[in-house]
Design a protein around this ligand. Structure first.
Ligand code: GDG
Length: 475
């Protein structure tokens, strides 16, 4: 049983803009791929929020449906759950904290209480659906204490949690007033997965700082409980993306991107509109690039696709305004009658069209200030032409940078250096582009979403087996 806050299919929109972008987001994309692939011995049911905010008290059971090969079970949240649990504690407290933006963290006790209550309700809805021998796989920061709530209701089976965000250093985690309670709650899982070894290290460090316990190998022991923490980096649907990319012909790409004259290059950015993605810094980088290298004016443009996200959260409203203003300023400064430096697209595209953008771009700027993994970088690589590939400029501060060493790595806070790296990317020889792409492609081809879920679930079975064996020996 897979549990996440959001599902890939939204029944009725919580609000109009969210409805259009419901499937956009790395967790849903990665999991949908993993669960649609033939999980040989396994069947999966994916349970989560319908996306609907009920008018009165929502029903405490989930409605089942089958969508594009996935078995889903969805339930509604109340309006106050959406406000306190989803927009509040999940998006305004935990999200900025986990991404090391403590100044943006909103500390409100009603948010925390709402979060704990909502987790309890998730557990009440799940419990009657669980059958003996099920594996429970919980996802992301919204559902950190769900494992504890399920144990309270009597679930004794195997249970794991995967956190899709980064894990900040212990000093930052400790800024959360409820750090020790939340960290203690995860000890009820058998296995916790994160994207990188650094995040696993940070989580051990936070646990050791907040709770008396012992780290032994990759387990944390506290009051007779033992939690294993391991890194399992997520990937993409490599084969699917390649097939999609190979079907795109020049005309279809031109219909979308426009006819790009010979010698004109384009740089691409694709993100949910989120302050962690470094969109403001990216726009400033592009501005600096045009200032510093005037020969690029008229010959290079930036296409920035920003999918609307969390549109009810004040920090996201503010980010959107800042991005709008900056795009306007830079375009006003440099545009010519026949050339617009930044083409800013505030919308979400069907995946085939996104792939056409990837395929056509010369350089992809993937420059988050902090990101758990970042699937855009991997999708871009998967979509490239093997004979004439584009170049990835990648932030050092995302999980993807761990294995994508042949991207051009940058510190996105350093606008001048990132502009210089972008300039270099635009001028790389074909030979050098090929060399880098081949190495990146090998990484993306082998570490897929399917491989991620399979290795994680195998790990969970192994860990649970060890726990049972230890308990048996004690008996
Ligand atoms: C979280 C973590 C981690 C974007 N615009 C459109 C569109 N997208 C798709 C991309 C990609 C996904 O959304 C974004 O994934 P990321 O991984 O880049 O980022 P988050 O949404 O923040 O995801 C992240 C991930 O979980 C998985 O663990 O990597 O670090 O923050 O798949 O293609 N898709 C479509 N149209 C768009 O306009 N169809």
């Amino acid at each position: 049983m897979v549990v996440s806050n959001r599902l890939p299919q939204i029944e009725a929109p919580a609000d109009e803009q969210e409805a259009r972008v419901a499937p956009v987001g790395g967790l849903v994309v990665g999991l949908a791929v993993a669960l649609t692939a033939p999980l040989d011995r396994r069947e999966a049911l994916w349970v989560g929020w319908s996306g609907r905010a009920a008018d009165g008290t929502p029903a405490n059971f989930a409605r089942r449906s089958r969508v594009r090969g996935l078995d889903l079970a969805a339930f509604d949240l109340s309006q106050s759950e959406v406000r306190l649990f989803y927009n509040g504690f999940s998006n305004r407290t935990l999200w900025p904290l986990l991404h090391s933006f403590p100044a943006k963290m909103v500390v409100r006790h009603d948010y925390y209480r709402g979060y704990m209550r909502a987790n309890r309700r998730f557990a009440e809805i799940l419990m009657p659906m669980l059958q003996e021998n099920d594996l429970v796989w919980v996802h992301d920061h919204h559902l950190m204490p769900l494992g504890r709530e399920l144990r309270r209701l009597g679930w004794t089976g195997e249970m794991a949690w995967f956190l899709h965000t980064p894990v900040p250093p212990a000093d930052v985690f400790g800024l959360l007033p409820w750090a020790s309670e939340l960290l203690e709650s995860i000890l009820d899982y058998d296995l916790v997965g994160v994207h990188t070894r650094r995040y696993a290290h940070n989580l051990f460090d936070s646990l050791s700082t907040e709770i008396p316990g012992m780290v032994i190998g990759d387990t944390f022991r506290h009051k007779g409980r033992s939690l294993t923490i391991r890194s399992h980096p997520i990937g993409t649907d490599y084969e699917g993306l390649r097939r999609m990319a190979e079907k795109i012909d020049r005309r279809a790409a031109e219909r979308l991107v426009g006819v790009i004259s010979e010698g004109h290059k384009f740089v691409l950015g694709v993100d949910r509109l989120d302050y962690t993605k470094g969109i403001i810094q990216r726009l400033r980088t592009f501005e600096y690039l045009l200032d510093r290298y005037p020969a690029l004016r008229g010959n290079v443009s930036l296409i920035q696709i920003s999918a609307p996200s969390r549109t009810r959260v004040p920090e996201y409203v503010e980010e959107r305004q800042q991005v709008d203003q900056l795009v306007g300023r830079v375009n006003g400064k440099f545009a010519e009658a026949d050339w617009t430096p930044i083409r800013y697209l505030y919308r979400s595209y069907p995946q085939e069209e996104l792939v056409a953008f990837y395929r056509r771009a010369d350089v992809c700027l993937v420059t988050p200030l902090r990101d758990g993994m970042n699937l855009v970088a991997k999708e871009f690589v998967a979509a490239q032409q093997a004979t004439d590939p584009g170049v990835v400029v990648l932030s050092r501060f995302c999980g993807a940078a761990d294995s994508m060493r042949d991207a051009i790595l940058v510190n996105p806070y350093d606008i001048e250096a990132t502009a210089a790296a972008t300039y270099r990317a635009l001028r790389l020889s074909r030979r050098e582009r090929l060399r880098r792409w081949r190495s990146l492609n090998e990484d993306v081809r082998t570490r897929t979403a399917e491989a991620w879920s399979e290795s994680f679930l195998q790990d969970l079975e192994g860990v649970s087996h060890d726990i049972r064996a230890r308990a048996h020996t004690r008996d």
